[in-house]
Structure formats: C-alpha cells, structure tokens
Design a protein around this ligand. Sequence first.
Ligand SMILES: Nc1ncnc2c1ncn2[C@@H]1O[C@H](COP(=O)(O)OP(=O)(O)O)[C@@H](O)[C@H]1O
Ligand SMILES: [Mg+2]
Length: 245
Amino acid sequence: MKTPFVYGIAADELHFTDREEETRRLRMNFENGINTIIISPRRWGKTSLVNYVAEQFRARKDIRVVKLDAFACRTPEDFYKMFATEIIRQTATKAEEWVANAKRFLSSLVPVVSVSSDPMNTFSLSMKIVDSNFTEEVLTLPERVATEKNLHIVVCIDEFQQIGEFTDSITFQKKLRSVWQHQHKTSYCLFGSKRHLLMYMFQKSNYPFYKFGDVLFLERIPLPYWTKYIGSRFLEAGKKSMTHS
Ligand SMILES: Nc1ncnc2c1ncn2[C@@H]1O[C@H](COP(=O)(O)OP(=O)(O)O)[C@@H](O)[C@H]1O
Ligand SMILES: [Mg+2]
C-alpha cells in the first residue's frame, strides 16, 4: 500500500504544495545572482523549498546549485572543511574528479576519499587541513571554480544560525562577508530556524551580514492548501475519505 504522506524528510517534487510566490522569488534570485536569506520556525518548509527550487536547476549547464548544511559545525574550522568538501564534491561530475579538482584549487587542504557506508554513494570525500592559512583560499573557492568552469554557483547553506553559536562568531561572520561580497559568479542562499538569532545577524546595522541579501520570511502554508493537499494525497494513495469509513 502506498503511504499518503512523507514524514520527517524534505518534501520532494511529487509532494510539494503551494509556495508559488516563494518558489518564483527564489528561482529569480538564483537566476540573477541575488543573495537570499530565508527565515522561519522549524518545520515550516525551508529545506523543502530550497530543494524544490534547486531541483529545477539540475539540468542547467550555466548555473550550479550547491547544498550545504551547517548543522554539525561546531567551530569555524568545521565550517571551512565542510564548505571546501561540498564545493569540490558538488561541482564535479563524478567522484574521479574530486582529487584532481581539490589539488588544483586548494593547497592548504588535502582531499581524503574513502569508501562510504552510505549505499547511495560509493565514495565519500573529506578534507584535511595541512596549512593553517586556509581561510581565504576556502572562501574564494566557489568563485574560482565558477570562473574556471564558466558557470554561476549558488551556495545554499542550511541551518546557518549554527555559525551564530561559534565562539567569537562576529569575527567569523565579518570574515565570510568581507570575502563573499566581492564575488560576482557566486551567490548565496542562507537559511535556518532560530528566528531571533537570524534576525539579528541579517537585520541589525552593526552586524556583518546586514543587508547581505533579500530576506524572505517563510509563512506557514495556508490551511486551504493543506486541506486540499491532504485530501488529494489520500485519494492518490487509494484510501477512502474518513467520513465514509
Ligand atoms: N510545500 C510543501 N508541500 C508539502 N509538504 C511540505 C512542504 N514544505 C514542507 N513540507 C513538509 O513539512 C515538513 C517540514 O519541512 P522542512 O522543509 O523540513 O522544514 P524546515 O526546513 O523549515 O524545518 C517535511 O516533512 C516536509 O515534507
Ligand atoms: Mg530544514
């Protein structure tokens, strides 16, 4: 029997409902290299929205959407490693290119390829820092890759509020902003929960990320959409309406 709903995972194309205005706005921003910040409480659909729009760019040769998650990052170093790894991994067409590209674009980090425990991916990539002077090199990575491959890169960072928890977070944020704001072939979509923290980061004039991009406050999906959606999902799954049982 088919399950009418998908629990606990981001909505895929088949299950995606509403969000027409937000989808259009995000797509336009990706298309035009405009930075976007998405803020909403947990489980209101940020990850699903970004995945949905990213999917629409999958076949595009001129725009590459790279998806990162800062959730597990506890220190700036974690963040830099995750950032470098995912840019290299997701801008390559196959695993064979990882090492060559990492060597070509990075000198302060070395790639480590291992056999993955994830059945969907045969190999996994990580980075080892070999020179403490790595920040600039990592933060300019997407721009250098984009220039060389002649495309535009959209770097999407989920759970971005995590960097607000780092020790001396403001210094770290200043560093990111100072490098990212000069990039022309890379744009960013930064999103996360903790509304209060993110509002400070992006809307207070004395914070580094002030006026970094288009701020989108995701609203709850309106009830009529859910009602229609829930009804249609039940029908599709071949179940009878509750009132008839
Ligand atoms: N537009 C949508 N249509 C249908 N289901 C959705 C939609 N947006 C989110 N969901 C569902 O709601 C739940 C939470 O969405 P998620 O994208 O993980 O939220 P967030 O990233 O804001 O925490 C998921 O189970 C997802 O499948
Ligand atoms: Mg999410």
